[in-house]
Design a protein. Structure first.
Lengths: 192, 325
């Protein structure tokens, strides 16, 4: 079994502290909110898999994905709804997971960057981002791709300016915008 | 974020019963969750209203009726809205981002809070957030602040775009409370700050916005929303103008105008409308009429540019709406 970077860092921290931690304890270190009364139960699907969580109602979908479900592909950029790095799909619409309380998702279908490829076959938008080098540091990329997947489906978005406008909720501080635009055009046109 | 208890009522009656001082209604969450993270809003109870039957977009009795829980993107794309009130669709599409428009509800949009940085920063004084604590914007960074409807207590700008279009179109909001419904013109729904900037609207305790009702003006099919901002997308307005013009042989028969980005609430430009009535629709007339938009403006050290920018925005919006150049 492979070890994720997150697990590696968690174990390394445990070793350096001289304490053998089991994985639930690692999860406790990562918990984002102090316990509070009024835990709510919520059941929803993530990438097709049923998930049931007992959570503090303050927990956002972003934190639930990253800290409870170990789906760390969705990134926390600003955590204030301004950068788009946390974009996921809820019931097939692109939304910001940092401003979505997980408790509100009862019965909903969530798709993250981990859920769009078909096994080892990348989603056409993922393929296009690689073909056009649509990133530098990569931090905004999963949000860019989740947004782009929906923009590619929007038929009324055709011109370069319309694509830029439709993607304006995803900020890239490296400035990979021209390549992101090219990637989306490829995915829209089906060209390679 | 402070702890709160969370409720998911499925009827309006239950939602209103759950409401109490210190509670907040949650729809799209794009304002509420953001401001709760900043500790600007600290409700001890959050009432998730997304399960309430406050949806639907329909034409009824000469008016467009939009359920408060309809999402911005759905209203913007709705064929009835684009056909009868293109100004509404344009105002929505020039707001926020694709992701936020998929989340934010129409009722929540009308309830969104100002973007004043002092309001959003709990370490600052702010009469809106903490009545009586003072207004640092008066002497601080005030480039984005209002020039119309301000007071010595508050100069915060109202942030909504679609509310500007609604005010131009004389839309009404249906408010639902324990004692039933009441209907209020949106223009009167918002209060001027005066000495009580913490009271932003006429909603009573436990009242909800249920619906927005927009009269259909057949001539307003030619209408526009022009938004001027520091960057071309995903930004709040420096100035904006919603305009609809009815021309007969090149003469203005009817006109509706409202401005955003300049007022402490969405600002209907009645004096400009009156100045245009019966006049020839040419740029010179528009520019003359626009002068009356800025009667009584009160500028601050960094936002005096808004006076001339507002006049120019009015002229350009009128040229677009009237289809003259």
């Amino acid at each position: 079994m492979t070890t994720s970077r997150r697990q590696f860092f968690g174990q390394a921290a445990a070793v350096s502290a001289g304490v053998a931690l089991t994985s639930p304890a690692v999860e406790a270190i990562a918990a984002v909110d102090a316990p509070a009364p009024g835990v709510v139960e919520v059941a929803f699907r993530v990438n097709g898999e049923r998930q049931k969580l007992s959570i503090d109602p303050r927990v956002t979908l972003l934190d639930a994905l990253r800290e409870r479900l170990q789906l760390t592909g969705t990134k926390k950029g600003c955590d204030r709804g301004q950068c788009g790095a946390c974009t996921v799909h809820v019931d097939d619409r692109r939304v910001l997971s940092c401003l979505t309380l997980a408790a509100t998702l009862q019965g909903k279908e969530v798709t993250t960057i981990e859920g769009i490829a078909d096994g080892d076959d990348l989603h056409p938008v993922q393929r296009a981002f690689i073909d056009h080098d649509g990133f530098q540091c990569g931090f905004c990329t999963s949000g860019q791709i989740m947004s782009a997947v929906k923009v590619v489906e929007e038929r009324e978005v055709r011109t370069d300016d319309q694509i830029r406008e439709a993607m304006s909720g995803n900020i890239c501080r490296c400035g990979a915008y021209p390549n992101i635009l090219d990637a989306i055009k490829q995915a829209k046109g089906g060209e390679r | 974020m402070r702890a709160f208890d969370y409720a998911t009522p499925s009827s309006v009656t239950d939602a209103l019963k759950l409401a109490r001082p210190g509670s907040a209604f949650l729809a799209g969450g794009t304002t509420l969750v953001d401001l709760m993270k900043l500790d600007v809003l600290t409700p001890d109870r959050v009432i998730d209203v997304n399960g309430l039957p406050l949806k639907g977009i329909r034409l009824h009795a000469g008016a467009l009726r939009i359920g408060a829980l309809e999402r911005m993107s759905d209203v913007a794309a709705h064929p009835v809205v684009t056909a009868t009130h293109p100004m509404i669709s344009k105002a929505l599409l020039l707001s926020a981002s694709g992701q936020l428009r998929n989340m934010a509800s129409i009722g929540g949009n009308l309830m969104q809070r100002t973007r004043c940085d002092y309001f959003r920063d709990v370490t600052s004084a702010c009469n809106k957030r903490l009545p009586g604590s003072g207004c640092p914007a008066l002497t601080g960074i005030n480039r984005g602040h209002a020039i119309l409807g301000t007071s010595d207590s508050c100069v915060a700008t109202h942030a909504s775009d679609v509310a500007v279009a609604f005010v131009a179109l004389e839309a009404q909001v249906v408010l639902r409370g324990k004692d039933g419904d009441r209907t209020v013109p949106l223009e009167d729904f918002y209060r001027l700050p005066g000495s009580t900037p913490e009271r932003e609207n006429v909603l009573g305790p436990g009242e909800l916005i249920a619906e927005v009702v927009v009269p259909v003006l057949p001539w307003a099919r030619h209408s526009t929303y022009l938004k001027i901002r520091d960057r071309q997308s995903y930004e709040f307005a420096l100035t904006s103008v919603a305009a609809a013009v009815n021309l007969k042989r090149g003469v203005v028969q009817d006109v509706r105008l409202a401005a955003g980005g300049v007022g402490t609430k969405p600002w209907r430009l009645r004096a400009v409308e009156e100045a245009l009535q019966g006049n020839v629709a040419v740029e010179r007339t528009f520019a003359d009429a626009a002068e009356s938009a800025v009667d009584g403006v009160r500028t601050l050290p960094h936002n005096a540019f808004k006076t001339s920018l507002l006049k120019r925005t009015i002229v350009r919006a009128l040229l677009d709406a009237a289809g003259v150049r």
